[in-house]
Design a protein around this ligand. Sequence first.
Ligand code: CA
Length: 436
Amino acid sequence: MLLVSFLISLAGAAPKPNIVVIVGDDMGYADVGFHGCKDIPTPHLNALAASGTRFSSGYVSGPYCSPTRAGLMTGRYQQRFGHEFNPSGNAGKNGLPLKEKTLPQRLKNADYATGMVGKWHLGNSDAMQPDQRGFGSFFGFLGGAHDYFNPAGILRGNTQAGDRSYLTDAFGREAVKFIDNHKKNPFFLYLAFNAVHTPLQADEKRLQQFSGIANKQRRTYAAMMSAMDDAIGKVLAKLKEEKIDGNTLIFFISDNGGPTMNGVSVNGASNLPLRGSKRTTLEGGVRVPFIVSWPGKIPAGVVDDRPVIQIDILPTALAAAGVGVGEKAHLDGVNLLPYLDGRNKEAPHDALYWRFGKQNAIRQGDWKLVRYDEAAEGGKGVSPARLYNLKNDIGESKDLSQAQPDKVRQLQSAWDRWNAGNVTPLWSAEAKLPKN
Ligand code: CA
């Protein structure tokens, strides 16, 4: 009897899905076709969005690169373990604390093949490199930015790859190769592009393609974005070709908003209609393109406005893989699957929270209480607490803090409760706003 039920459960068990997490870097909220962008076609990202659900209030837990990735890899607010700022420089001991368990470590323990392609930015010391944090293979670079043509520093595992391809093309090629190597088994692929982060470098062919864009910065940005979209297209085509697209859960986010400090875009990005820039707690810093696709399991063509955040990716991926986490994990993220498949109509989170030095924010329902760096808009220092209703004012233009003191108090006390669970930053080398 036991054997029979065992065989039945075995026969009925769905195969473990492959999991692919794709991250763009410093993308403008406005600069994808599915958010209405007109001058940069992103057909493959649009197709990915159409194949699943896109969250129009999708967030990241930090306003720049490394902290956001720390949250992504752990499913926890990175302020819980002191990873509040970018680690300084390209060397040194700073990086994702070793006591934190990563998504690839958890999936590797569940017999997933795990691979990373792209930008790491979670520590350069031997103990902090991708191969020590759960990835079975790695092609990419360790720091926060990289030249797109110079192969120095592009690693395969721990050694120089010596690859001279345009970097975004190389990342697409390596991602496809990883899928080819592991298509017979469940795999986890973390594909972290450095596009469209500076330096602004694109290949001649794609620059030609965008010769109609007069502004050279925007033209180069468009060519870089298009290269990333092409690389994502290659990944999607490979999954289809191998007939594993129906069994692959894909996430796409940008790690933070476009850098548009003082109204000048550093890379050509636009965050409209959002206000603010990378490095700020305004919407332009932390609200990003956010897609979840799993054909047959998650409805296609859905736009969901419930606020979600990138720390939800870990619990969602683990739930899809049937991997438990245990209470000691202290995850802050939420498994989004019951929300995505329509079982749960509520909001996944009571509130979302941010802290970045003296900048901070909370979003609860349509309300947002925020202190943001006014230097990014030509001012000085961090603003007093301002209250916005994002439902009517997505551009955070009408401060309602004087008119609604009770709402300010209530949001502040909710933020204070959350903040009580945070620790002092482990390092603060970039606590002051650098230029880029
Ligand atoms: Ca970034």
